[in-house]
Design a protein around this ligand. Structure first.
Ligand code: ZN
Length: 222
């Protein structure tokens, strides 16, 4: 382009070949930069997602935490704790179950649960004594579906925001028979123990295949 063009009066200027022709190559670097930036941004998002997935996976345990060699000492201590407190119907493995979603591939909670921290163990005893009494009265085998839930796990499986499971004070328990009338029986037994005999204070929930019990400070039903 002619550097002097701007200093000449308009009528002395050499006519430009066309109006839009010089404009086009001018806009091009901008477009290239925009495309490059968009590409970089897309690449950044892609790499970000990949690394997020990678590190997120790193935080998951694809087996029961009770089987993690790092937890061996804690599990042994927990077994002694149960023994000391005369828990006879349920084993450490049953009580420390990470829950179905932890084991289910594809579930949002897959691999996310943890063992209950040591300072929560004493809080669990009240619920566990109720569970033992329930088992005694029911007279048949019970399966614990869910006990302690790590907060991350509780959120992932859609648990209540202030779930008693996070405090290791709640258990979801089902009759091994899977019979609906046995679920009803469990529920009735719990209501009797709490409402008629005042054996405990807490929450009782009835679900299709299991019952929930916890020992919060006041009664709750659902
Ligand atoms: Zn529950």
């Amino acid at each position: 382009m002619d550097a002097n063009a701007l200093y000449l009066p308009p009528d002395k200027r050499r006519p430009l070949p066309s109006d839009d022709k010089p404009a086009r190559p001018k806009r091009k670097p901008g477009v290239v930069i925009a495309v490059a930036l968009a590409g970089l941004l897309a690449l950044g998002v892609f790499v970000g997602l990949l690394s997020w997935r990678y590190f997120y996976s790193q935080d998951r345990q694809f087996f029961d935490p009770i089987d993690d060699p790092k937890n061996a000492a804690l599990v042994t201590e927990f077994e002694e704790f149960l023994h000391t407190n005369y828990i006879v119907y349920f084993s450490a493995r049953e009580i420390l179950t990470p829950g179905g979603s932890h084991r289910q591939v594809g579930s949002k909670g897959y691999g996310l649960n943890r063992l209950p921290p040591r300072h929560l163990w004493d809080d669990m005893l009240a619920s566990l004594f109720i569970l033992e009494e329930l088992r005694e009265r029911f007279g048949g085998k019970l399966d614990i579906y869910s006990g302690y839930r790590a907060p991350t796990y509780n959120t992932a499986v859609g648990g209540a925001r202030r779930s008693q499971h996070m405090r290791f004070r709640a258990f979801d328990v089902a009759p091994s028979s899977r019979k609906p009338e046995d679920v009803e029986k469990l529920y009735a037994l719990l209501r009797q123990m709490r409402d008629d005999e005042k054996l405990f204070t807490g929450g009782i929930g009835r679900y299709g295949a299991w019952v929930h019990l916890d020992t919060r400070e006041k009664n709750a039903n659902w």
